[in-house]
Design a protein around this ligand. Structure first.
Ligand code: TA6
Length: 282
């Protein structure tokens, strides 16, 4: 079977199903251009998606890879994580060859977005799968007549078998903002990050790959253009307070996000920026 890209219905929402000859697959919702599933050729799912996620368009789907833009979290006056994660995106490009499948989705400003944030922009997300690799590239263009500043993230929810047995490597010596402790700036001093409590860290200026190791598999994560890495797990209490996540699900996920948060990016009229996150199943 050659690789393919097909429109599907995913919990009542329009989506695209990508498959490669080698057996890798991915599903991308048109709402938010949100990737909700990715498995490499071993067909083992690598992305966490909540069984209680809501698909009525009123909130972002819990899990997958929400796109955050032009604001991250509650660092500003806009809705949490900005507004593009709940907007309908259009399909711009689909390409597939023997061993890859790639789609580009796009969204632009509307009357509703300009009422919240008075700027003209276009956002394009290109998602590609090939062998054991997933690439997600976000491009933002300033299509208006004034400069703007923005924050952005690919808020990647990874599926792990048991979060307490997961080791995150590559963040040693880096400064991070600790959102669980009033935004204190701290320095990571362990060679491995273990998730054993609520964790919400925004690491600054990350230029090395991050490795997420489980006992019998690992995931390499690389990023370009994005400067920061966010690591999030809500742990027991906060997870129980989320009505779109099962109480015990904090054990089976950890977010490792490619982000621009510490220093927002400035875009002059006509200019564009891009950032990419690459996941490689090992
Ligand atoms: O990226 C971490 C974070 O900003 C956390 O603070 C946490 O709240 C999470 O994102 C999820 O945010 P959401 O608005 O999707 O519930």
């Amino acid at each position: 079977m050659p690789s393919s890209i097909d429109p599907i219905d995913f919990h009542g929402q329009p989506a695209l199903s990508l498959k490669t000859h080698a057996g890798a697959s991915a599903v991308v919702l048109l709402q938010g251009a949100q990737l909700v599933s990715w498995s490499p050729p071993d067909r083992k799912e690598r992305i966490y998606l909540s069984e209680r996620a809501r698909y009525d368009g009123s909130v972002a789907v819990r899990g997958g890879v929400p796109v955050c833009f032009p604001q991250f979290a509650a660092f500003g006056p806009l809705p949490r994580h900005g507004f593009v994660r709940t907007l309908p995106w259009s399909v711009e490009t689909r390409r597939n060859g023997d061993d890859f499948a790639l789609v580009t989705l796009r969204c632009t400003d509307t009357d509703a977005t300009r009422a919240l944030w008075p700027h003209a922009f276009s956002a394009e997300l290109t998602i590609g799968i090939e062998e054991s690799r997933l690439d997600m590239e976000l491009e933002i263009e300033n299509s208006g007549s004034g400069a703007f500043d923005f924050a952005a993230a690919l808020h990647t929810y990874l599926r792990v078998r048991e979060v307490e047995e997961t080791r995150i490597e590559g963040l040693y010596g880096l400064d991070y903002l600790d959102s669980t402790d009033e935004g204190q700036i701290r320095r990571d001093s362990g060679d491995v990050l273990l998730i054993e409590a609520e964790t919400d860290r925004i690491y600054r200026d990350v230029s090395r790959p991050v490795l997420v190791r489980e006992y019998d598999r690992a995931l390499g994560i690389n990023q370009d253009g994005f400067r920061d890495v966010v690591v999030w797990n809500p742990w027991e209490e906060r997870c129980a307070a989320l009505d779109d996540m099962k109480d015990a699900d904090f054990r089976h996920m950890v977010c490792v996000e490619a982000a621009i948060v510490h220093t927002p990016e400035r875009l002059e009229p006509g200019a564009s920026w891009w950032g990419r996150q690459t996941l490689v199943a090992l």
